[in-house]
Write a protein that binds this ligand. Structure first.
Ligand code: ZN
Length: 327
């Protein structure tokens, strides 16, 4: 039995810590958190936009909701049937287990071991980093390509870096916030386009001699972003899905037919944990080797005790890339 403070979202814009007792089941593991990340999906929850129930959740997506899924830390207790982990092991969370807490409890299959040599701050963001890296590694970029990344958030920034390192001649990041675009330039993007200031379709057309981008990765998660991505990908180009969009959207998809667009789904919720055990070490290998700058994406830090302030901040400041909490 482990007592912990844990985040409970009781209603939109109403989050606080409650006392919980975690009882370690036979096939479960209790982890002491090192650091937690606030995901875009957590922000949507906070704003009252609950997604449909998915296989990811073991609680109904309704209020009150025990929030949090991005974190990592050290195993402190294991159930009697657990052979995969032992106290002292460093692990990354891959599941919704009320991770905004000093301690959280997970099934064995919801944890991955931290790769040798990976900084614990980054390992605690292992799930969002690995997901974004998987997308960048599997987006189909070829040496010399122009890759457009819709969205300069945490995932978009990692995907852009990954595409550049994989041989893209030109990486274009498109966002509506100058702070995120400046960060993208600093981290190696060749061109940053503010879609609120200029027409991104015309801008990409001009940059590519009227051809369009070889690969477009949708990591902004809006109707407009999907439609812009559709408009800027070249004939027979690759459209890569990444975002989790939980509301119905209206799409202009005539080009999908006329221009023979290829679609790749790099959204990882579709993969089983057995596949995840294979791809996680591969996706994180370039990060362990220092090829991808993740630290610069941690823009703000709060203590877990100030989780209400952290969420109020995230809600107001769209320029924040990754806001983290420390227990
Ligand atoms: Zn997430």
């Amino acid at each position: 039995m482990q007592a912990t403070q844990a985040a409970l979202l009781t209603a939109p814009h109403n989050i606080g810590l409650v006392e919980r007792q975690l009882e370690c089941g036979d096939d479960e593991v209790i982890v002491k958190n090192h650091l937690m990340g606030i995901c875009g999906s957590d922000k949507s929850f906070y704003r009252g936009q609950l997604p449909p129930k998915t296989a990811e959740f073991r609680q109904e997506p309704k209020f009150p909701f025990y929030l949090g899924h991005e974190s990592g830390g050290e195993v402190v207790e294991t159930g009697r049937k657990v052979r995969e982990f032992k106290p002292g092991d460093k692990v990354m969370a891959f599941g919704w287990n009320n991770n905004f807490a000093a301690y959280f409890k997970a099934k064995v299959f919801e944890l991955e071991p931290v790769p040798e040599g990976l900084d614990m701050d980054i390992a605690s963001l292992g799930e969002p980093v690995a997901c974004a890296m998987f997308s960048g590694l599997n987006c189909g970029v070829q040496l010399g390509d122009t890759v457009a990344v819709m969205g300069g958030g945490f995932a978009g920034q990692i995907i852009a870096q990954c595409a550049k390192k994989k041989g893209a001649a030109r990486v274009i990041v498109i966002d509506v916030l100058d702070g995120k675009l400046q960060l993208a330039r600093k981290l190696g993007a060749d061109t940053a386009i503010n879609a609120a200031a200029v027409d991104p379709v015309a801008a990409v057309r001009e940059l590519t001699g009227g051809i369009g981008a070889d690969v477009v990765v949708e990591a902004a998660g809006s109707e407009q972003s999907i439609n812009t991505a559709t408009a800027i990908v070249k004939h027979n180009g690759i459209f890569v899905w990444y975002s989790w969009i939980t509301r119905p959207v209206t799409l202009d998809i005539s080009r999908w037919h006329d221009d023979g667009i290829e679609f790749r789904n790099t959204c990882l919720v579709h993969h089983t944990y057995k596949e995840r055990q294979v791809w996680t070490p591969q996706a994180l290998r370039p990060v362990v080797r220092g090829l991808i700058d993740v630290k610069s994406l941690i823009t703000d830090e709060f203590s877990l005790a100030d989780i209400d302030k952290a969420f109020a901040f995230v809600d107001q400041d769209d320029a924040a890339v990754k806001v983290v909490l420390r227990p």
